[in-house]
Structures are given as structure tokens and as C-alpha cells.
Design a protein around this ligand. Structure first.
Ligand code: DAS
Length: 361
């Protein structure tokens, strides 16, 4: 009888183990984190003030990319990040050469299978310009997010750490793939084409005006409500891979009593294109119009834009663009019209072709 008992107990034990093991769920494997490369260029997000309440009059571009990353250990929960100090400048000093270097580096990294997205930390002063330039020349659908801060890194309630966290989270998210270059500050997601810095110092400075932002970042997730209707990244005709320089394009600012001096100085200094940031719907004063016509006759490309900042610049509205052979900027502000005109001129000098580009990007 005894020898039968062990067999009975043994089969019961086997049964028990089988029941338990079938109910024990294997720990779900931790989700694979995306690889996000952080390219640092300087700016306030890397700035320091001489006190925690100094939100103006601080020094930009003093904190290196490794310290920016160390300051936000939570980044490790949303992505596997690497850091690279591409520049360390206040962004008012950003140049065409910086843009070409940065864009080429971005395209090299995005072509690598071990890079899933890129975050660029940047000063806020020209952030919208760098973002739009990249929007036109990055040749990948992988997310590229440009981020800055309105307060220096050591300020009370500095916005940089959370902006950086959100930017990395966004760059690591599948929802951001194929959306073009994005700008994220203040829990918001903006398209590079339409966002501008609209306030000299407040946290909500970056806005997309009438055309609207794309969405929010909330509770560690991006929420998109719109997509840009204009072509960008892999769908553009621009390629800077072998470009060593961009054509010289300058902006003349419109105001009451404006004269032709600035315009003539730019043309005299070799500008190949002029963006006229006119009053209202791009109106041309009687003092400036002859100089613009003369510049056009000398082969300088002229784009009529507006200092107003919102709205469509109507072709043949305030000037007979067909007769004058001018281009209009559509809804691009002057600083972004300059960027598109520079890239357009790497492809053609035909004003009708360039006008098509302003209605495409
Ligand atoms: N000088 C500003 C710049 O680097 C500081 C900033 O706002 O980022 O753009």
C-alpha cells in the first residue's frame, strides 16, 4: 500500500505544478526602447543665469549635452539616448554654414538603422528657421524634433528639462513618423513650417497662429489632431548632400517712410534674392518699388512677403506680380520665405518655378 501512495502523491504533485505553471503569466518583455540621438547646438536650454530668478540677461550656450541629459534621468524610461555637441552657440549666431553642417549630420544619422529619431536642442531666437530649413532638406520619415527653452537651465521652474523629456518622448513615438520636422515646447507639438517665436520671454512663446499647432504632449503621450498639408522631408525636391553654400538672400523690412537704401545696399553687396517684408498685404512704397524693379531687371529674385505674420500674401494684390515678375510668399513669414527662396535658387532661377515651390512647401 505504501508503494502505491508515493505514485499517487507524485501524480498529484505533477498535476499541481502543471496547473500553477499554466496560470503564471510569463513577465511581458519590456518594450524595446527607441534609439534617439540628441544633437545639442546651444541656446537658453543650455544657458545659465547668475541667479535662479534671472529669466532674462543670462548666458546662453554654457551647458554641454551630457549635463543636459544627466539633468533628466527620466529620459532613460522613454528612449535609449545618445548625445552629441554639434555646436555651442546662442542661436542669433546661427548661419547658413551651421544649417548645412547640422542637416548633413542629421541625414547621416537618420540613415543608420541604430537611430530611430533625432532631437535637436536649440536657442529659441532662430529655432523656427532651423526647423523649417531641416523640414525642407531632411531625407527621412523618422521623427526630428527641435526643442528649446525660454528659461535658462538653473532658473526656478526651468522649462528646459520637461521640454527635453517631451521632445525625446515625441522623437521616440511611432505617431511622429512621417509628420515632418516638429517643434515641441510647453507641452505642444508644432509643424516647423507654421510655428514662430511670438513673445520675447514668456513660456508660451511658440505659436502657430491661424494655421494652428499639430497637437499636445500629455501624460507621457503625444496626441496629434492635425497634419501639415504641405510637402516636407522625403517629399521635397531639395538636396543639400553636396551643397557647400547657399545663395545670399536678404530681407528688407517695410515701414512708413521706408526708402531704397537698405535694398540697394543688399543688392550692392551681392544678394541674389530679396524678401520684401512689406506692410499689410506686402504693399510696396513708391520709394522702394523702382529699386525692386531695377533689382529684378538685374536678375535678383524678388519675393513679396509681409511683416504682419498671418494670412495669405495675395499674388497680383498690392502689386502686379505677373508684370513685375515677382514671387509671393503665400503664408510664409519673411524669415521662412528667405529659407525657401535660398533652397529654390539651388534648383532654378525661373520665377514661375519658384512660385510653384512657394505653393508646394
Ligand atoms: N539668445 C537666445 C538663443 O540662443 C537664447 C534662447 O532663447 O535660446 O536663441
Amino acid at each position: 500500500m505504501l508503494h502505491k501512495k508515493p505514485a499517487r502523491y507524485f501524480s498529484a504533485l505533477i498535476g499541481f505544478v502543471l496547473v500553477v505553471s499554466s496560470n503564471v503569466q510569463a513577465e511581458p518583455a519590456a518594450p524595446k526602447l527607441a534609439n534617439v540621438a540628441i544633437l545639442a547646438t546651444g541656446g537658453t536650454i543650455a544657458g545659465t543665469g547668475n541667479s535662479s530668478t534671472a529669466t532674462v540677461g543670462y548666458t546662453a550656450a554654457t551647458v554641454g549635452v551630457d549635463r543636459l541629459i544627466q539633468a533628466v534621468p527620466e529620459l532613460a524610461k522613454v528612449a535609449k539616448v545618445t548625445g552629441e555637441q554639434v555646436f555651442q552657440i546662442a542661436s542669433e549666431n546661427m548661419s547658413n554654414e551651421h544649417w548645412l553642417t547640422l542637416a548633413k549630420r542629421v541625414n547621416v544619422l537618420l540613415a543608420q538603422s541604430n537611430v530611430d529619431g533625432i532631437v535637436i536642442t536649440h536657442g529659441t531666437d532662430t529655432l523656427e528657421e532651423t526647423a523649417y530649413f531641416l523640414d525642407l532638406v531632411v531625407k527621412s520619415r523618422k521623427p526630428v524634433v527641435v526643442v528649446g527653452a525660454m528659461r535658462p537651465s538653473n532658473a526656478l521652474s526651468a522649462d528646459g528639462p520637461m521640454n527635453l523629456y517631451n521632445a525625446v518622448l515625441l522623437a521616440a513615438s511611432p505617431e511622429a513618423v512621417g509628420k515632418g520636422v516638429l517643434v515641441s515646447l510647453n507641452d505642444q507639438i508644432h509643424a516647423a513650417r507654421d510655428v514662430s517665436k511670438t513673445n520675447t520671454s514668456t513660456l508660451d512663446s511658440f505659436k502657430s497662429g491661424d494655421l494652428g499647432m499639430l497637437g499636445y504632449i500629455q501624460g507621457n503621450k503625444p496626441f496629434f489632431y492635425h497634419v501639415s498639408s504641405r510637402k516636407h522631408t522625403v517629399d521635397t525636391e531639395f538636396d543639400i548632400a553636396n551643397l557647400q553654400a547657399l545663395p545670399q538672400v536678404d530681407i528688407v523690412y517695410g515701414y512708413a517712410n521706408m526708402g531704397p537704401v537698405a535694398l540697394n545696399a543688399f543688392v550692392g553687396a551681392g544678394a541674389k534674392g530679396i524678401v520684401h517684408a512689406g506692410v499689410g498685404d506686402g504693399s510696396l512704397s513708391n520709394k522702394v518699388k523702382p529699386a525692386l524693379i531695377a533689382a529684378r531687371k538685374d536678375g535678383v529674385l524678388i519675393v513679396r512677403s509681409s511683416r504682419v505674420g498671418q494670412g495669405i500674401l495675395a499674388r497680383n494684390g498690392e502689386a502686379n506680380d505677373d508684370e513685375l515678375d515677382f514671387v509671393v510668399s503665400d503664408t510664409l513669414n519673411p524669415q521662412k520665405a528667405r529659407i525657401l527662396l535660398m533652397l529654390a535658387m539651388t534648383k532654378t532661377s525661373d520665377s514661375k518655378e519658384i512660385q510653384r515651390m512657394f505653393y508646394t512647401y
